[in-house]
Design a protein around this ligand. Structure first.
Ligand code: NAD
Length: 382
């Protein structure tokens, strides 16, 4: 497995990446000398990979149990966390127990919090199985669950001791989930690491028949992109805010579509809309919008809002976006990440954020909901 050291402020941990390397994952877990291994997985991942991994750990690393939780955002809450921690303690967890988070970002966040809370902190190893988890959530120290009031509102920062990643886990992943992860890759390329764009574009679309070499390259580049903005900002409150690119309109769309638009696709459309806003505000040229359109459509995302999404709902959500609190000058505009060019975010008050004029952003949302209007608009040049 190839090893990269991840550094985020004072946190440092190895990220080992390979293909078809479950034996090496088990061997590495054994070297960590846990008194017991608690493999946490959702029901889907437990059936596909959890039983096998737990059995292999038991055979060659030490006592191991599989703790299964129901999957999906609706189960990423304190209720699930409580059930899992109680089960862990009943199974005899102690301070030398290792929590192995096997799965996507949902399991990673729940197991991350579980490891942070048991005995005020025991070792956490991430074994990510989705593209989103491998290149995004395991590279963040943010661990949170949802509350009835909103997403990711209850949590803390906690670091894993290792990330052990195998791209062969993607073989069982649906096309929808692979595409969702690829939208985050496009975000990394456009907002942080434009040197990725040509190779990425040449290799899209990537679906179930993905090439492992390409996947490892994508993950490697995404690790580098994320490191670039979080190395000195472990809490993602300064330069790391650029990772929110596409998320202002994307989150609003995700909510307004009531889950019909998956997270990654919503971020893809959010980036395209935000590029259009930057262009309308005179801050970016049309070429930037076209580059977004090319990459996002190559991933396989439909470039329109679904017909039943009401643009008023999207706009309502935009008013409550949590990035408002970062700028004193937020005023009546929407606070979002806007790019001047690939890899060049516009800045306000020393942060990669801009206050976008509300009427311009509202009009763009309307046009994405009624694409005929966009198509009919004469081409502009800057
Ligand atoms: P997820 O964990 O729900 O996984 C998506 C689906 O894929 C699930 O149904 C799961 O059962 C299934 N799955 C996982 N691995 C599989 C495999 N190998 N084969 C077949 N099916 C598999 O979602 P996700 O997209 O991985 O992550 C999204 C979550 O991550 C959100 O809750 C988000 O808040 C969180 N997240 C956190 C951070 C952070 O900073 N900590 C960053 C990004 C995302």
């Amino acid at each position: 497995m190839n090893v990269t050291t991840i550094t985020m402020g004072s946190a440092r941990f190895p990220y080992r990446l390979g293909t078809g390397c479950v034996d090496q994952i088990v061997a590495r877990l054994g070297e960590l000398e846990g008194s017991r291994y608690l493999v946490v997985a959702d029901t889907t991942v437990a059936g596909l990979h959890g039983n096998d991994l737990t059995e292999r750990i038991r055979r060659s690393a030490g006592p191991a149990d599989l703790l299964v939780h129901r999957g999906g955002e609706e189960h990423k809450g304190l209720g699930t966390l409580n059930q899992l921690t109680e089960a862990a303690l009943r199974l005899g967890a102690d301070r030398r127990t290792i929590v192995v988070a096997l799965g996507g970002g949902v399991t990673g966040n729940i197991a991350g919090l579980m490891a942070a809370l048991l005995f005020r902190g025991i070792r956490l190893v991430h074994v990510p199985t989705t593209v989103v988890a491998m290149l995004d959530s395991v590279l963040s120290l943010k661990q949170a669950v949802n509350s009835s009031i909103g997403k990711n509102l209850v949590g803390t920062f906690y670091q894993p001791v290792e990330v052990l990643a195998d791209t062969a886990f993607f073989r069982t992943l649906s096309r929808r989930e692979i595409r969702s992860g690829l939208c985050e890759v496009v975000k990394n390329a456009l907002a942080i690491r434009p040197s990725m764009i040509d190779v990425l574009s040449a290799n899209l679309p990537l679906d179930e028949n993905y090439d492992d070499d390409v996947m490892r390259w994508i993950i490697h580049e995404s690790i580098a992109a994320k490191a670039q903005v979080t190395e000195n900002d472990m809490h993602e409150r300064r330069q790391g805010l650029v990772l929110e690119y596409g998320h202002t309109i994307g989150h609003a769309l995700e909510h307004a579509s009531k889950g019909e638009v998956p997270h990654g696709a919503a971020i893809g459309l959010g980036m395209l809309a935000e590029a259009e806003i930057a262009h309308r505000l005179g801050m970016a040229d049309r070429g930037l919008v076209e580059l977004h359109r090319e990459l996002i459509s190559k991933v396989g995302v439909d470039l329109r809002f679904p017909a039943d999404v009401n643009p008023d709902d999207v706009r309502l959500r935009l008013r409550y976006d949590n990035k408002r609190g970062y700028l004193n000058s937020a005023g009546e505009g929407y606070v979002m990440v806007l790019l001047k060019a690939p890899g060049v975010p516009l800045e306000s008050e020393g942060l990669p954020l801009t206050v976008a004029d509300r009427s311009v952003a509202d009009a763009v949302v309307d046009e994405f909901a009624h694409p005929a209007a966009v198509a009919a608009r004469p081409a502009e040049s800057t």
